[in-house]
Design a protein. Sequence first.
Length: 395
Amino acid sequence: MKSRKLNILFLSTWYPNRVSPRLGNFVEKHAEAVALTSNVASLFVCSDSSCKQTFEIIEELINNVFTITVYYKKIEHSIPVFSNAKKIFRYVRAYFKGFKIVQKHLHKIDLVHHNVVFPTGLIAWYLKKRKQIPYIITEHWTGYLPSKNTKLGWLQKVISKQIAINASCITPVSIDLRDAMINVGFKANYEIIYNVVDTKLFYPKPNEEKKEKIKIIHISTLDDAHKNVSGMLRVTEQLSKQRNDFEIWFIGDGDATPHIKTSTELKILNTFVFFDGIKSTMEVAEIMRNADCFLLFSNYENLPCVLVEALASGIPVVSSTAGGIHEHITEKFGLLVKPQDEKALLIALNKAIDNIKAGKYNSEELSNYANQNFSYEKVGEKFNALYHQIVDNRG
């Protein structure tokens, strides 16, 4: 007997919007994966200083996801306590305005899929208590990781734990993040469900020709505290003294100015190191196809989508072991080093370049792994099975 289509409401603390177009794009991909087997509405609330009215509601159908974004006018008050109270009141009102539209569209909501525990989890918790709608939580926040060393406020920690306890399941995108949440004290049922990659867009380049220079790429926000760009530059300078058959491209939407300055001082700019700005998803896919290796040397991570995109593109990865990366990168797929270990990274890059030249990485095998674990279809199937397990066993 075929399972009926469920009506799923996505709520999230992060979601792409006109103020921050890339915010939580991994959440949007999960919603699109779920929309392959379920009716999905996504509700997101965002403050926007450009709002002319108190509330502005945008309704769109994006990749089969009915998307409601409620923008609200920012609060300006000279007394902080009044300002904060008004912000909370307006934030909650915005959610209820959006929820009325969701109810008209879906009629009956079977389950809420909430993303990032705090603060929007309060809305999911409320809907469970008042309307008996179960919810799950997908967590992406690196703040729980010991390597991030984030200090959770007392109130946030207490509320977050209650939100977690009342969830039917928590689905972190890596084992590493699950363990970190358990260590913080989040008691819940857990199931690991990975981030999504569009395997129809990210795929290997056929009939790869031999190249004079191995092209290594790094794509990120270029935030040094997170991605350790300065560490990669120092290692590149050392590598340039040993060989000249490579180039490393740093691509991102962050501020490259300090890194360009460092590269100039190290005398590697536009010889071994190149910088490029923000790219569309389609442009990133094309860049991946024409690259030979993906480089990541993060101090902390969860499961970065760009790493999954590299695998789908059939290129090996040289990375730190931060977060859930080590759960997927085996010797077949690349090389791993400890965060901040620049000596080990130098050895790994040398070895990776030699391995690539010797044809030791199988692009089809890398791509197949991504298809089997991170495709829209596979992730959508896992969420659909979990939803039905929760909804069909209620009562």
